[in-house]
Design a protein around this ligand. Structure first.
Ligand code: F6P
Length: 325
């Protein structure tokens, strides 16, 4: 049955563009004449009954703001049946009969279980800077986060060149290297250390030697946090032992990558996916993520979005190797 009151929540790590997606969901509901309820702090808000009705005007002036006005959480209690029972009870008390979950793979896993258990329709919008969901070329926040990294690395390059230094820059991405590969190419990094490749420490040493023989005066190495060799600090220490003459510095960009105003690309993505997620619910679809392929909304079952592994673009990998010569 077509939902009459759609709940929207943001869950897991926040990402730029989540507010734009909330706005899109709320306004799509208003356009289609169904009620919309904003749920605070992800699944925790369902368990606590922390929610209120949102109208189109409640989401004014949030389109360009980073973070999420609904706040977010990684909710342990939602992993338990008792927690989910309570969550469903609160949705019923508030007459919420459909859900849009904005988040990453952990959030969709929880949403999938919940939807099966209580037969409530749920759709998802991929919101994570990691870009690690199958069925969408871009996740919300990935473009903004990579722009932030590029901006920071450009600044580091200025000081690296001034001092002939080698910088190791650690970026996020959990166990994937989407942020690292894209920003490595965009900043002309000497090397990118990725979780997806079985690169050894020796490969990195070779790259550094190659850089030295080509008389590079500044070097940037992008380290994906989930790589198999070690953290940027550990790698820098090992490099220092082999090349004591090279001056090294380490920058861990950390949560800087999650903040800031969403890029134009992320705002458009949020707008399109918010509409797609609401309309999918109104068409009777459930347990699907509204992703984007070829710049068009693409619905994929949660089971595929979280169950299938998204691979790095092989062409970008090749380009990265060619251009770092
Ligand atoms: O999934 C988004 C992400 O920012 C990852 O890139 C990172 O590994 C993780 O979340 C950090 O989580 P937290 O904010 O809980 O430290």
């Amino acid at each position: 049955m077509k939902p009459q009151n759609i709940g929207v929540l943001t869950s897991g790590g926040d990402s730029p563009g989540m507010n734009a997606a909330i706005r899109s969901v709320v306004r799509s509901c208003a356009y289609h004449d169904v009620r919309c309820t904003g749920i605070y702090e992800g699944f925790q808000g369902m368990i606590d009954g922390n929610m209120k009705e949102f109208t189109a005007r409640d989401v004014k002036n949030i389109l360009g703001r980073g973070g999420t006005i609904l706040r977010s959480a990684r909710c342990e209690a939602f992993r338990t049946k008792e927690g989910r029972d309570l969550a469903f009870q609160n949705l019923q008390n508030n007459h919420v009969d459909g859900l849009v979950v904005i988040g990453g793979d952990g959030s969709f896993t929880g949403a999938d279980i919940f939807s099966h258990e209580f037969n409530i329709p749920v759709t998802g919008i991929p919101g994570t800077i990691d870009n690690d969901l199958w069925g969408t070329e871009y996740t919300l926040g990935y473009d903004t986060a990579t722009n932030t990294v590029v901006d920071c690395v450009d600044k580091l390059r200025d000081t690296a060149t001034s001092h002939n230094r080698l910088f190791f820059v650690e970026v996020m991405g959990r166990d994937t290297g989407f942020i690292a590969l894209r920003t490595g190419v965009a900043t002309g990094a000497l090397d990118v250390v990725l979780p997806e490749e079985d690169a050894s420490f020796e490969d990195l040493v070779d790259a550094l030697q190659r850089g030295a023989s080509h008389k590079k005066t500044s070097n940037i190495v992008i380290i994906a946090e989930g790589n198999g060799i070690g953290s940027a600090h550990e790698i820098a220490d090992k490099v220092k032992k082999i090349f004591p003459e090279i001056e090294t510095r380490v920058t861990v960009l950390g949560h800087l990558q999650r903040g800031g105003a969403p890029s134009c690309r992320d705002r458009i993505l949020a707008a399109e996916l918010g509409v797609a997620a609401v309309e999918a619910l109104l068409e009777g679809k459930t347990r699907v993520m509204a992703g984007s392929m070829g710049n068009r909304p693409n619905l994929v079952p949660f089971s595929e979005a979280i169950g299938k592994q998204k691979h790095l673009d092989p062409n970008l990998l090749r380009v990265s190797r060619i251009l770092s010569i």
